[in-house]
Structure formats: structure tokens, C-alpha cells
Design a protein around this ligand. Structure first.
Ligand SMILES: [Zn+2]
Length: 104
């Protein structure tokens, strides 16, 4: 497997991922060139199931970019959901105050 960011080789290594002030130590696929970590789906599931992670919430102000509204994503979530330019998400309204952002 190769790194999506730099084409470096992925190696399985014992490493720690920080998310929301919580450390998750496990054997992750890590890029030998840039150090980007690639947790597996099961590892990500384990992180989401951590009760302290589900208590996280962030407040952001809506800003404008041209004529489009922008909500900035906190770094913690950026890492957790592997957010990057070009990645597709589905957005769906849930009710009057909430909407769902789903990553593929
Ligand atoms: Zn890399």
C-alpha cells in the first residue's frame, strides 16, 4: 500500500493517534516518508466508540468564501475523518437545528 499524500510506502507500526485530547495507541499503517497514519476501519470504529470522544463538541462561526458559507472543521475532526481536499461528503438535513455530514 502507498500513502495517498506522498506515494511513500506504508508500514505497520506501533503508534499513537491523538483525537480530542485522547490517545489511541495501536499498530497503525504509517507512511515511511511523511509519517501520515492510516488507521483501519475497525480501529476508527474503536475510536468512535470511546465514550470520551462522543462527548466532544465544537463551536464555530459561519464565514463566507465568495458567495458560499463556510464552516471550519476543527483539527481533531480533520484527523479523525481524514478530511482532505477533494474528498466527497453527503450532507442531509436532520431537523430544524441539525444536519448530518457523512463521509464515504
Ligand atoms: Zn506519505
Amino acid at each position: 500500500m502507498e500513502c495517498l499524500r506522498c506515494d511513500g510506502k506504508l508500514e505497520k507500526k506501533l503508534a499513537t493517534i491523538e483525537a480530542g485530547g485522547i490517545s489511541f495507541t495501536d499498530e497503525y499503517f504509517v507512511c515511511s516518508k511523511c509519517g501520515k497514519m492510516y488507521p483501519t476501519k475497525d480501529q476508527i470504529k474503536k475510536m468512535y466508540e470511546s465514550s470520551s470522544l462522543r462527548k466532544l463538541s465544537f463551536e464555530r462561526k459561519i464565514s463566507m468564501s465568495g458567495r458560499t458559507y463556510v464552516i471550519r472543521v476543527p483539527q481533531t475532526l480533520e484527523k479523525l475523518y481524514e478530511i482532505q481536499v477533494g474528498k466527497k461528503v453527503k450532507i442531509a438535513p436532520l431537523d430544524a437545528k441539525r444536519m448530518l455530514v457523512e463521509f464515504e
